[in-house]
Every structure is written in structure tokens, then in C-alpha cells.
Ligand binder design. Structure first.
Ligand code: FES
Length: 106
């Protein structure tokens, strides 16, 4: 069973689970501030669930690449959309500042 390390907590989940669902169920939202209310509910269109991930996860989908190619995101940032990402092993997840969590350099 994979373990997700986020904000100093360790959360167990099923392999193949959608990362956003796992984080929300554990009260560790992948959204910052008002994006917690104003988001696309996991359709891969708003981009506010972007997180940095270290560990094995599913490949990016066409929808995810499309959204991450659109500002304020940048495909080169290496961020992933939690709602489009399935857990494939132990992960370390970090949420960066900004409405979209786009400030990966901070
Ligand atoms: S919740 Fe909108 S892109 Fe993930």
C-alpha cells in the first residue's frame, strides 16, 4: 500500500488511487486558499490542483499536458495535476504558493 508524505503527514492509499481524491479525503487539500472552493472538481481544466511530486505516478494525459501548457502553468515546471495523477508507489507531495500552486521556485 503506497504512502503519501504531505505537509509532514503520512497517508496510506490504494495503488492506482487518484492523488487529489486521496489528499481531499485526508483533509490535505491540493488547492490553495479560495481555489479550495473555485476549482473544476477534478476535470483537469482549472489547474489549481498542481503539485510537485517525487515518486512513481501515472503518465501525463493529453488533458493534463494541455492544462499545464497554459499560463500560469508551464510544462517545464515539472508540476502535476493531482486530479489527473494516479498513485503508483510511495510519494512525497509538495504544494507550492500561488492560486494555482504555480510558484514552484518558491
Ligand atoms: S481540480 Fe481542476 S485541474 Fe485538478
Amino acid at each position: 500500500m503506497p504512502t503519501i508524505d504531505v505537509r509532514g503527514r503520512k497517508i496510506d492509499c490504494e495503488e492506482g488511487a487518484v492523488l487529489r481524491d486521496v489528499l481531499l479525503a485526508a483533509n490535505e487539500s491540493p488547492h490553495n486558499g479560495r481555489a479550495d472552493l473555485f476549482n473544476c472538481r477534478g476535470h483537469g481544466t482549472c489547474g489549481t490542483c498542481a503539485v510537485e511530486i517525487d515518486g512513481p505516478v501515472s503518465e501525463t494525459s493529453a488533458q493534463e499536458r494541455r492544462r499545464l501548457s497554459f499560463p500560469p502553468h508551464d510544462l517545464d515546471s515539472g508540476l502535476r495535476l493531482a486530479c489527473q495523477t494516479r498513485v503508483e508507489g510511495d510519494l512525497v507531495v509538495k504544494k507550492h504558493p500561488g492560486f494555482w500552486g504555480q510558484h514552484a521556485e518558491e
